[in-house]
Design a protein around this ligand. Structure first.
Ligand code: FMN
Length: 182
C-alpha cells in the first residue's frame, strides 16, 4: 500500500510538518509504504505563467509522486479561515482527471484557533470532492496548535489515539477501494 502524506504548507517552522511526520510514522508502523510530500518542495517555478502547460521538471516530479499513491492524507493548516494558497497551487498542477478521480483521500485539520481547521478541511474537501476523489469520512481536527506538540509529537493522548485510529481506518478504506474501484 502506497500512501502519500501531503504537508499542506511551505511555511518555515510549520507545525503541520511535525504533525505530518507523526502521521507518516503511524502509517509506516502499519506496514504502509509512505512518501511525505511537503509543499515546501514546490519550486518557485510553479508560479510561472507557463507552469500549467509546461511545468518544470521539479514540479512534474512532485506530481508524479502524488500520482503513485493508492491513498493520500492531507494535513491541512488553517490560514485565513481556509487552506493555504500553496496547496491550491499544487492542486492546480495535478492532471485532470487522474489527479483525484477515484483516489482515496483523508484529511487532518490543524489550526492555532478555536475552529480546529474545520473550515480549512471543508474548503479543501470541496475541491477534492468536486474532482471525484473518494473522501474518507473520518477526519481529524486539531485546534490550539501552539500548545499541542511536545518534543515534536502530539501531547494529547486522545488526539494521538484518533490519529492512529484514522490511519487504521483509512488503510482499510484504501484497500476496499482498490479491491473494487468505482
Ligand atoms: C498566513 C497565516 C494565516 C493564518 N490564519 C489562521 C486562521 O485563520 N485561523 C487560525 O486558527 N489560525 C490561523 N493561522 C495559524 C495556523 O493555523 C497555525 O500556525 C497552525 O499551527 C497551522 O499552521 P502551520 O502548519 O503553518 O503551523 C494562520 C497562520 C498563517 C501563517
Amino acid at each position: 500500500m502506497h500512501i502519500v502524506v501531503v504537508c499542506g504548507t511551505n511555511r518555515k517552522g510549520a507545525l503541520s510538518r511535525q504533525l505530518a511526520t507523526e502521521v507518516v510514522e503511524s502509517y509506516r508502523r502499519r506496514d504502509a509504504h509512505v512518501d511525505l510530500l511537503d509543499m515546501a518542495e514546490l519550486p518557485v517555478s510553479a508560479l510561472h505563467e507557463d507552469a500549467y502547460k509546461e511545468p518544470a521538471a521539479e514540479v512534474t516530479a512532485l506530481v508524479e509522486r502524488f500520482l503513485k499513491s493508492d491513498g493520500v492524507v492531507f494535513i491541512v493548516p488553517e490560514y485565513n479561515g481556509s487552506y493555504p494558497g500553496v496547496l491550491k497551487l499544487f492542486t492546480d498542477m495535478l492532471p485532470y482527471p487522474e489527479g483525484f478521480d477515484s483516489r482515496p483521500c483523508a484529511f487532518i485539520g490543524l489550526a492555532a484557533g478555536q475552529f480546529h481547521g474545520l473550515r480549512a478541511v471543508e474548503h479543501y474537501q470541496g475541491v477534492a470532492g468536486y474532482r471525484n476523489a473518494h473522501v474518507y469520512p473520518r477526519r481529524l481536527f486539531i485546534g490550539n496548535s501552539y500548545s499541542q506538540f511536545v518534543d515534536g509529537k502530539l501531547g494529547d493522548d486522545e488526539l494521538t489515539k484518533r490519529l492512529h485510529g484514522q490511519a487504521e481506518g483509512f488503510l482499510k478504506f484504501v484497500e476496499a477501494v482498490k479491491a473494487d474501484p468505482a
